[in-house]
Design a protein around this ligand. Structure first.
Ligand SMILES: Cc1ncc(COP(=O)(O)O)c(C=O)c1O
Length: 355
């Protein structure tokens, strides 16, 4: 990698030489005819890992969430989701644009959960005036809530509410492996009560493209047709699946390293006067920190970051890139492209600019 320390997202990773070799030697076929051996193998492996009957490769996490929700929610029905859910905030309103699905946003608590009683009281009664509440979605880890992992006990409680009310539970598990590592539980445990899960190959697992959705055979049957309708039926998709397979076989240990690097980053930021960080809440590979209100010594950081904006909300400070998620609030994400040395250099740069 070049000397840019890119902490904007774990989506910026480039494939390793070994991954490129796996891609180059992939045996291919037409996946729309279900004939790509790599895709079939990846989908079976993903289903096995998640403890579900089937898996389906999709080009992105966004399409994974969209296809899943379109399967669960008829047009005009309602889905409960957190007000900070990626599906609600960052997916271009796809569920309403393409599915005519009404979103009921409930407050995400600091740890990414939604209050259980609020969920119960948001479920619509059967009455002509109301849309039917068809599904609920949880995000694990929760991107906008400090990358918080959501516990199995909480998911179990939400799944019970869904079952009791003829609703489906979808998990946006873009970073479900990070959640599993953070909580020291198996991913299968984390998703066992969900009707569907999307997980991303192209985030902490460092593949260039792709996500997989998993669920029952019936769910996958419908999701496959929905994926086609969305333009996500890909042909020799083994090019993508072989990288994904390499990730599942080789990249899981990287996540532990990323979490360690994030903890070190959080510790260092916590020592810089004028920056504030809630270290307790940082449990995975995402951290947020703020410039304290009125912190004079940080004015220069604020000025620097605003002057050298590469693109709205993308920040370049020396050779370090990160994101300003809201005014004076910044996000840093660790990943395969970031070393322990990069973390120290980042901290040095932050120290320099506020001292
Ligand atoms: C929690 C979460 N879900 C879904 C997505 C969407 O993934 P993609 O960018 O592959 O569409 C992201 C992307 O960062 C994400 O953070």
């Amino acid at each position: 990698m070049n000397n840019i320390i890119d902490l904007r997202s774990d989506t910026v990773t480039l494939p390793s030489d070994e991954m490129r070799k796996a891609i180059a030697s992939a045996k291919l076929g037409d996946d729309v005819f279900a004939e790509d051996p790599c895709v079939n193998k990846l989908e079976q492996k993903a289903a096995l890992i998640m403890g579900k009957e089937g898996g389906l490769l999709v080009p992105s996490g966004t399409m994974g969430n969209l296809a899943s929700i379109l399967v669960h929610c008829p047009r005009g029905s309602e889905i409960i989701l957190g007000h900070k859910a990626h599906t609600f905030v960052y997916e271009a309103g796809g569920i309403s644009a393409f599915g005519g699905i009404h979103s009921r946003q409930l407050t995400n608590q600091i740890d990414g959960t939604i209050d259980i009683d609020e969920i119960k009281s948001a479920i619509r009664m059967d009455n002509d005036h109301f849309p039917k509440t068809s599904a609920i979605t949880l995000e694990n880890t929760h991107n906008l809530c400090n990358g918080s992992p959501i516990s199995t006990d909480y998911i179990k409680d939400v799944a019970q509410i869904a079952r009791d009310n003829d609703m489906k539970l979808h998990i946006d598990g873009a970073r479900i492996f990070n959640a599993a590592v953070a909580l020291s539980v198996g991913v299968r445990e984390l998703v066992k009560d969900a009707d569907s899960v999307t997980f991303c190959l192209s985030k902490g697992l460092a593949a260039p493209i792709g996500s997989v959705i998993c669920g029952s055979e019936k769910f996958i049957y419908h999701a496959r047709r929905t994926r086609k309708a969305l333009g996500g039926g890909m042909r020799q998709a083994g090019i993508i699946a072989s990288a994904g397979m390499y990730s599942l076989d080789n990249m899981l240990d990287q996540i532990k390293e990323d979490h360690k690097n994030t903890r070190r980053l959080a510790e260092g930021i916590g020592e810089i006067e004028g920056l504030s960080i809630d270290r307790e809440s940082i449990k995975s590979n995402i951290l947020y920190f703020d410039i304290e209100k009125g912190a004079k010594r940080c004015e220069q950081l604020a000025r620097q970051t605003k002057n050298i904006t590469v693109y709205p909300f993308q920040i370049a400070l020396d050779n370090i890139r990160f994101i300003e998620s809201s005014p004076d609030r910044f996000r840093l994400v660790t990943h395969y492209g970031i070393t322990g040395d990069d973390i120290e250099k980042t901290l040095e740069a932050f120290h320099k600019i506020v001292n």
